[in-house]
Design a protein around this ligand. Structure first.
Ligand code: PEP
Ligand code: MN
Length: 348
């Protein structure tokens, strides 16, 4: 249930309501908006009633949250979430530029699929930065289909990423595969990526909810919108509010492309949720030549950020080379994307 406070309510009234909710076994999630303060009361609603909650001092209205995902829903928060990653307050303690998500500007998180070595990641970080990227992506822990494929450099890779951040100021986005690795990866990264194969790894989601590092949660390759938002709900319910969604394509009968890039999910998620919705045209298509047009399509349909694979020498990439674009093509794409962004009232 959502408790909507009257305008101009006091801190004491909000604190009292929070205590009252805890006392009846509900978990309060408070949101201080520009105009209104609301508390989402999450828990077994049989323990209370709208009548009981509506007489709490300062409460003007009590509304049910009909969606199964509560904190992720637009019912809970009608306006889009805007938050930053990186910056001097990044939980990893690194110093990177502060990058806003959910606002007018569309950040580009660019970099190779995997950290392959120190010079590769330092070179690509500098290059994507010069081309206009606002954050650096690369996996140190790679979820590979075959156990015989390159699995990533693990902590050594995280060290190179941190060095690349220090050199360029770009915040880092990198994947975490297991709950046990969350503290280690969070020590280095500005954003934890939870990949498509782990979207319903509920223990991992809970571990990501228990810390304050922002999370980029990719859509499971066979997840429905509701399953996806419920996965995000696990992280939010843990008390970590900075969750970004990312459409990365789903598995269908079509094999001409690696995945079917379900771009309608971008406006659909934005309708149902206040969380920023990113798009990943690299995994979404799996085909290098389709990445630029689908990046622009993502911007046109409202994506709040782009996750894209860029490599100094895509032909030699150890992972996902076929969908990876060169630095030169990335620089060209950024320029072209600016015009599309402008057409939809955004900036790149
Ligand atoms: C990646 O971003 O390199 C990745 C493994 O993505 P996904 O989980 O979407 O396959
Ligand atoms: Mn990849």
């Amino acid at each position: 249930m959502i408790l909507v406070f009257r305008q101009g309510c006091t801190r004491e009234e909000v604190a009292y309501a929070e205590e009252k909710l805890k006392a009846i076994g509900m978990v309060p999630h408070t949101l201080c908006g520009v105009e209104r303060t609301v508390i989402a009361a999450i828990g077994d609603e049989r323990k209370t009633s709208a009548e009981e909650l509506s007489i709490i001092p300062g409460v003007e209205n009590v509304l049910p949250i009909l969606a199964p995902y509560k904190l992720a829903s637009r019912e809970m928060q009608p306006t889009p979430s805007v938050f930053h990653i990186g910056g001097s307050d990044s939980p990893c303690g690194g110093t990177s530029n502060r990058v806003e998500f959910g606002g007018k500007t569309i950040p580009f998180i660019a970099g190779p699929c995997a950290v392959e070595g120190r010079s590769q990641v330092l070179e690509v970080a500098q290059a994507v930065k010069e081309a206009g990227a606002t954050a650096l992506r690369a996996g140190a822990f790679k979820p590979r289909t075959s156990p015989y494929q390159f699995q990533g450099l693990a902590e050594e890779g995280l060290e190179y990423l941190a060095e690349a951040r220090d050199a360029t100021g770009l915040p880092i986005v990198t994947e975490v595969l297991t709950p046990a690795d969350v503290p280690l990866v969070a020590k280095y990264t500005d954003v934890l990526q939870v990949g498509t194969r782990n979207m319903q790894n509920f223990l991992l989601l809970r571990a990501c909810g228990a810390i304050r590092t922002p999370v980029l949660l990719k859509r499971g390759m066979s997840a429905t919108l509701e399953e996806y938002l419920l996965a995000a709900e696990y992280i939010l319910a843990g008390g970590n509010p900075r969750v970004m969604l990312c459409e990365r394509g789903i598995r269908t009968f079509e094999t001409y492309v690696r995945n079917t890039f379900a771009l309608a999910m971008v406006p659909a998620l934005k309708e149902k949720s206040h969380l920023p919705v990113l798009a990943d045209p690299s995994h979404g298509t799996g085909v290098r030549k389709f990445v630029p047009p689908m990046t622009k399509a993502s911007i046109a349909c409202g994506a709040d950020g782009i996750l894209i694979e860029v490599h100094p020498d895509p032909e030699k990439a150890l992972t996902d080379g076929a969908q990876t674009i060169s630095v030169k093509d990335f620089a060209k794409l950024i320029k072209e994307s600016r015009a599309v962004a402008e057409a939809v009232g955004r900036t790149v």
